[in-house]
Design a protein. Structure first.
Length: 386
């Protein structure tokens, strides 16, 4: 096989590796032996074969390990041993019970969308692990349930090199991943791909580019702007600066940014590289915005003392101020970017929650009546399908 250029090789998330280990251990209970490799379905629907190590069966339990390969991304969890121990639950026929073991963090604060006191296994990996276990178990679940314990030996040490402690995740790493694939977002190769994608849009005669930070926000804005051809949509990852500099250089006239509260807050506070490990979210800024839209002083103080942007969003939703809060955040984003890029392009911010549901949209204050759906040409006017 042709070797990929350095900086372009993708890898697999902790969630995908956990699902593969859980699937392998489940097959161990079904077959009486744990396989040396296992085909696992990722959250994006792709099926990938993972190598399995340290597989063993001991009566009603099975054990399997998948060693994470992060590809060319400088990920602190690269080579971590994602471990699954699966045990029969005779009294819980049909159930799949997921737990966190050694090296998997514990949630101690609200704001992450996970139960306080529970394991730091995000919703998409949870669903993916269970789906793979159920598929592998087959008829076994008609006779018993299964307990799946995900652990990461050494995870507590690995977590010290992350920002988990600021988020209230203690004792280990988080099990993450919305697609199962790790792209080399922190590499020069990915920056180059962002620049190239914007150049392609410009070269095809487009005058608008829609920038998103990942797959969920891209799906969200594609649903919001179905009139635009696919070439207009660019996943910029954490590289806002490179994306907007390229927009200016190529002369594109309109920029739409689709995002969620964390990345948008970083943009509003002036960060142009929004990677989680560079700088923390400015919760003072979020508290100020909350106060601006009418949140009580005690709520603003709670937001200020939190380390998570999502916590602010949840508190605003509880108060019925979620739309006003996001509109104010969107205006802050526009104000910050306009100072850096004066009069180079129009700006619109589309904001969604963590399930990709629309929360608000804001255009530049000097054109409050502008709506993209009426301003931009529809697909058939751009020659789509010809």
């Amino acid at each position: 096989m042709e070797k990929k250029p350095k900086g372009t090789r993708t890898g697999y998330t902790t969630g995908a590796c956990s699902a593969a280990a859980a699937r392998a251990a489940t097959l161990g209970l079904v077959w009486g032996r744990v396989p040396d490799q296992v085909e696992c379905e990722l959250p994006n629907g792709q099926r990938v074969v993972f190598a399995v190590t340290d597989g063993r069966c001991e009566g009603a339990t099975a054990h399997a390990v998948v060693i994470k390969d992060a590809g060319d991304d400088p990920d602190v969890t690269d080579k971590a041993r994602l471990t699954a121990d699966v045990a029969l639950l005779p009294e819980a026929v049909g159930a799949v019970v997921l737990k966190g073991g050694e090296g998997v963090g514990t949630i101690t604060r609200q704001g992450l969308g996970l139960e306080v006191g529970g394991p730091a296994i995000n919703p998409v990996p949870r669903r993916n692990i269970e789906a793979n276990v159920r598929e592998a178990a087959g008829d076994l679940l008609e006779r018993a349930g299964l307990e799946v314990v995900i652990s990461v030996p050494g995870g507590e040490e690995i977590a010290k090199r992350t920002l988990n402690y600021r988020l209230g995740i203690v004792g280990g790493i988080s099990i993450l991943g919305t697609t199962g694939i790790v792209h080399p977002y922190s590499t020069a190769a990915f920056r180059a791909s962002v620049i190239q994608a914007i150049e392609v849009a410009a070269n095809q005669g487009q005058d608008v580019v829609v920038l998103t930070t990942g797959g969920r926000t891209e799906r969200f804005v594609m649903n919001e702007l179905p009139q635009l051809p696919p070439v207009c949509f660019v996943q910029m990852g954490d590289f806002l600066k490179y994306a907007l500099d390229t927009v200016v250089r190529c002369g594109l006239r309109h920029v739409v940014i689709g995002g969620m509260v964390g990345k948008l807050t970083k943009i509003a506070q002036g960060e142009t590289i929004t990677h989680a490990n560079r700088n923390a979210v400015d919760t003072d800024l979020l508290a100020d915005i909350a106060a601006e839209v009418g949140a009580p002083a005690e709520v603003c103080a709670d937001i200020r003392s939190s380390a998570m942007a999502r916590y602010a969003s949840e508190r605003m939703e509880d108060l019925g101020l979620i739309t006003a809060f996001y509109e104010a955040l969107g205006r802050r984003v526009i104000r910050t970017l306009r100072e850096r890029y004066p009069d180079r392009f129009t700006l619109r911010i589309l904001m969604c929650d963590f399930e990709a549901n629309k929360l608000a949209e804001v255009a530049e204050e000097d054109s409050p009546g502008l709506r993209l759906s009426s301003r931009l040409p529809r697909g058939e006017d751009l020659g789509e399908g010809n």
